[in-house]
Design a protein around this ligand. Structure first.
Ligand code: NAD
Length: 474
């Protein structure tokens, strides 16, 4: 989160720096490139809300970075530090993120200056509904216009309030639920959205670990997560799920950094249990045999194979980049590494899996949720039983021709049809794998050494095609 305006500016400068560098490899006309870089619209609003008998003026913002495809898409963050440049940087990243994973949306981002931890649920609901109403008034939200999602400080509860407000004010709109994603399943959400970003981070890391050529100078061997030492910053939505799925696949979570401090155990921490401990005690500290680290930022400098910054931007900067000993930095958060820091990390042979690829799982599954809302039918509803019936016929035919019988358990496994969660995870996995190899291909074709530049370039070229197709540019 931008601690002050300088932090927000630094973040936007970093994103522009990344863009400019990638654009220098592009074949596109400079006018098209300038259009792709520019923020298309910024809407700022102030509104009064009664809090504990007093009127407070709340500030909100919505930035739509690109309208090259509609709707635009991007989360809403709640924090007192919300800053225009920061939101612009995040909206810009969303445009390129969507393009990297072939999600047909423009990029956007929103923010509200409110502390979600110290505000009552009643206040949060009032503020959320009013912010949504302000966007509705200006036609800045809607299934074909701009579709928010959760981000730092917001979750499915806030998305449910937004959907409800939208439907109340746009009564009878068939696709109304598609005005926002990340909703609870009972209110038009999709199974698998909550963990999607973290699961996508895991798929991306798994893909990189299988890429011997990428890792050849890192000393990382084995091609899998088994025994890899991992440090995670942020045990929120992204960090928790990324750590959980990596651990499930054999990764060793040796450090977790949170706002109140960090914990370190070279023998591995149980992510679910640490999460429970934090919920029960209000802090991550004093967990079993783990060592407390007062300044949690220092935990990022510990020796490990994979560092997953999954909390907020500008965490690895010119000041601490040279001290980072991780072999891979997997950007769960948006913008955790500044442009200046990246140069130092790359010079030290560290592999960076960039945010615009690695944390795109959230928007990918948001896209699936939006599709579900437009079609008004749960994925798998039409085909699951038909699929199962044909698998059963196949298994029966194999049994009778081979004379061998399968156990009931084997049969059940072989004849399962695809339900929503299976389809969502399969779509997410396929997306993360395809995007990974697309980026690697760009690296090879253009002789680019780092994944971020290649990911930006891949996105820029895809967006450029949609402008060129309009025929209004030379
Ligand atoms: P969240 O609010 O669920 O979690 C953030 C966590 O970081 C919290 O546990 C918080 O206590 C912790 N934190 C805050 N300051 C910290 C500090 N100084 N040191 C260590 N930990 C700190 O938010 P989230 O949704 O997990 O988002 C985290 C990051 O991932 C953000 O950059 C967000 O933009 C990005 N992201 C989120 C999604 C998503 O689907 N939620 C998708 C893509 C990118």
């Amino acid at each position: 989160m931008a601690q002050n305006h300088n932090e927000g500016k630094k973040f936007l400068d970093s994103v522009h720096q990344y863009f400019d560098h990638a654009a220098s490899y592009s074949r596109l006309d400079s006018g098209i490139l300038a259009q792709i870089k520019a923020c298309n619209s910024v809407y700022k609003v102030s509104f009064p809300v009664e809090v504990d008998g007093k009127i407070e003026v709340i500030e909100g913002i919505r930035v739509q970075h690109s309208h090259h495809k509609l709707p635009s898409k991007g989360g809403i963050r709640y924090s007192l530090q919300v800053d225009e440049d920061e939101v612009k940087a995040l909206a810009t990243l969303m445009t390129f993120k969507c393009a990297v994973v072939d999600v047909p949306f423009g990029g956007a981002k929103g923010g509200v200056k409110i502390n979600p931890r110290t505000s009552s649920v009643k206040t949060l609901e009032k503020v959320t509904r009013r912010y949504a109403a302000e966007l509705i008034k200006k036609n800045l939200i809607g299934p074909g216009m701009d579709v928010p999602a959760p981000d730092y400080g917001t979750g499915s509860r806030e998305m449910a309030w937004i959907a409800d407000t939208y439907q109340a004010l746009k009564y009878g709109e068939t696709n109304g639920l598609g005005c926002v994603t990340g909703k609870p399943v009972g209110q038009g959400g999709i199974r698998g959205r909550a963990e999607a970003t973290g699961l996508g981070v895991y798929y991306g890391i798994r893909e990189a670990l299988g890429d011997t050529e990428l890792l050849k100078n890192t000393g990382i061997t084995g091609n899998t997560l088994q025994g890899k030492r991992i440090i995670v910053q942020g045990l929120g939505n992204v960090g928790y799920h990324a750590a959980y799925f990596c651990q499930q696949d054999g990764g060793l979570i040796i450090g977790i950094a949170e706002r109140e401090g960090g914990i370190y155990d070279p023998n591995g921490l149980d992510v679910q249990d640490v999460f429970k401990h934090r919920n029960e005690t209000g802090s991550i500290l004093n967990y079993k045999n783990a060592k407390n680290i007062e300044n949690s930022l220092l935990l990022l400098e510990e020796e490990c194979d994979i560092l997953i910054p999954a909390a907020l931007e500008n965490q690895i900067t010119q000041e601490n980049a040279a001290n980072i000993k991780a072999k891979i930095i997997a950007e769960g958060a948006n913008g955790p590494v500044t442009g200046d820091a990246e140069k130092i990390l790359l010079a030290n042979g560290i592999i960076l899996l960039p945010d615009l690829y690695l944390n795109a799982g959230g928007v990918t599954v948001s896209y699936f949720e939006w599709l579900k809302n437009l079609s008004n039918v749960r994925f798998g509803r039409m085909g699951k039983r038909a699929e199962e019936a044909s698998y059963k016929r196949l298994v029966n035919a194999i049994e009778s021709s081979s004379g061998k019988s399968l156990t009931a358990q084997e049969k059940a496994l072989l004849t399962q049809g695809s339900d929503e969660i299976k389809m969502v995870r399969s779509g997410l996995e396929d997306t993360m794998i395809n995007a990974y190899h697309e980026i690697r291909e760009v690296m090879k074709q253009k002789g680019i050494a780092d994944m971020r530049t290649a990911a930006f370039l891949s996105a820029i070229e895809k967006i450029g095609v949609s402008y060129e197709a309009l025929g209004i540019f030379p």
